[in-house]
Design a protein around this ligand. Structure first.
Ligand SMILES: Nc1ncnc2c1ncn2[C@@H]1O[C@H](COP(=O)(O)OP(=O)(O)OP(=O)(O)O)[C@@H](O)[C@H]1O
Ligand SMILES: [Mg+2]
Length: 393
């Protein structure tokens, strides 16, 4: 038996959540064959134990089929993400969180919060340590959707303990304010709030922090991307053309902010009738995949309109947790697996890096007075027009 035989056999092992196999991904290394003995490394640098176990199992089976009796597979341990320091440039101000997922959309009301909640709950159900940060400072909905709207977080010194529900750590401006109160804040205050949510909340050593963004592409998105290396961006959209136009802006923002794009979730995609279970087309369906392709990414999930999703949001009982056998819960679980595999891939390739979008103005010099952008990313430009992004108001 030869190295080629081994590689051919391992092409039958696909990377969890992807259609590609581990040989095509380039994860198989150092193959040594000696009679019926084989040794090799699978270098996925994954943080997920179950991914490692699954790959080791499947690879062993394939090699046994070839006739090897002595099989040594080394699945390589994860590399630490690249930017794990509180550096002066503020590249990672929450270094104990392994991965950050930004859930974004160009348009309001398309289901970002609903998606964030259900993805976070699904990943926690899959055994991950998950946090959910509501970065929608003006319109915080996460406390209600997670059923913690009546709880107040505990303050410890000058830090705040996150709330917890369904295995997920939670923080939201809504949990720090009185119900019904509004915030009338300038952009610079929003930026401060986002930084504090990352730095001053006592998050555990999380595998993933899911961040529910306000709609659009503005101060909150830019601040987040400059403060921590965002591992994965997800754009939520509904299938109508008008919504897709806005999604392109969201996908373009990920590219400008150097955020690896995990993909697009098409929400309110068809309607599942609660009485007869048939699926009908309301806003259209399947319009999103071509847009995802334009930005070199893919459709991660199609989530139908389902009354149970809205009721789950209103009552603080996420459908993924409370109706795990429903079609929708299965789709959220599949999307979560997909996302975790994407995160592994990003880490395997060296991790996310926000160096290129750090502010370029020297300390003490206002970006407004120099006429320079607050960051080298073109996304900063609209922000500066009203002097909100540079903090000089
Ligand atoms: N697939 C779905 N089926 C039924 N209802 C849904 C679905 N997705 C979202 N909803 C409902 O639609 C409303 C808007 O959703 P959500 O609050 O998640 O949107 P959003 O994008 O976060 O909005 P905003 O931009 O205001 O933050 C909520 O009442 C939610 O329960
Ligand atoms: Mg929302």
């Amino acid at each position: 038996m030869t190295q080629e035989n081994v590689l051919d056999a391992l092409k039958n092992v696909t990377y969890p959540g992807f259609t590609k196999d581990i040989v095509t991904f380039g994860f198989v290394k150092d193959v040594l064959v000696n009679g019926t003995t084989v040794g090799l490394t699978i270098d996925i640098t994954s943080s997920a134990d179950e991914v490692k176990a699954q790959l080791r199992d499947e690879a062993s089976k394939e090699l046994q089929k070839l006739g090897f009796t002595d099989i040594n597979i080394n699945v390589k341990a994860p590399q630490a993400p690249k930017q794990m320091s509180n550096s002066v440039s503020g590249k990672n101000i929450a270094p104990h969180v392994k991965n950050f997922v930004m859930v974004s959309s160009g348009k309001g009301g398309v289901g970002k919060s609903t998606t964030s909640v259900n993805l976070a709950v699904a990943m926690a159900m899959q055994g991950k340590k998950v946090g959910l940060l509501d970065a929608d400072i003006y319109g915080p909905n996460i406390p209600r959707m997670m059923g913690v709207q009546d709880q107040k977080p505990e303050i410890q010194g000058n830090k705040v303990q996150p709330l917890k529900a369904y295995g997920v750590e939670i923080m939201s401006m809504g949990s720090l304010m009185e119900p019904g109160q509004s915030l009338i804040w300038r952009g610079s205050m929003i930026m401060k709030a986002i930084e504090q949510f990352l730095r001053d909340i006592l998050w555990s050593e999380l595998d993933v922090l899911v961040i529910d963004m306000p709609p659009g592409t503005g101060d909150a998105q830019l601040t987040l991307a400059q403060s921590v290396p965002v591992t994965a961006g997800i754009t939520v959209t509904t299938p109508q053309e008008v919504s897709l136009d806005d999604s392109r802006r969201s996908l373009d923002m990920f590219q400008k902010l150097h955020i690896p794009t995990a993909g697009v979730i098409e929400n309110m995609s068809g309607f599942i009738c609660p009485s007869c279970d048939t699926e009908s087309d309301i806003f259209g369906m399947g319009t999103t995949a071509p847009v995802a392709l334009e930005y070199d990414t893919e459709l991660i999930a199609r989530i139908p309109i389902e009354p149970a999703i809205r009721i789950g949001g209103d009552t603080g009982k996420p459908v993924t947790y409370f109706q795990p056998d429903s079609e929708t819960a299965k789709r959220y679980q599949a999307a979560a697996s997909n996302l975790l595999a994407f995160i592994d891939k990003v880490q395997a390739e060296g991790g996310a890096d926000n160096q290129a979008i750090q502010p370029t103005t020297p300390p003490g010099v206002s970006a407004c007075s120099t006429g320079a952008g607050a960051a080298s990313a073109p996304a900063a430009e609209p922000t500066n027009k009203n002097h909100e992004g540079c903090g000089c108001n």
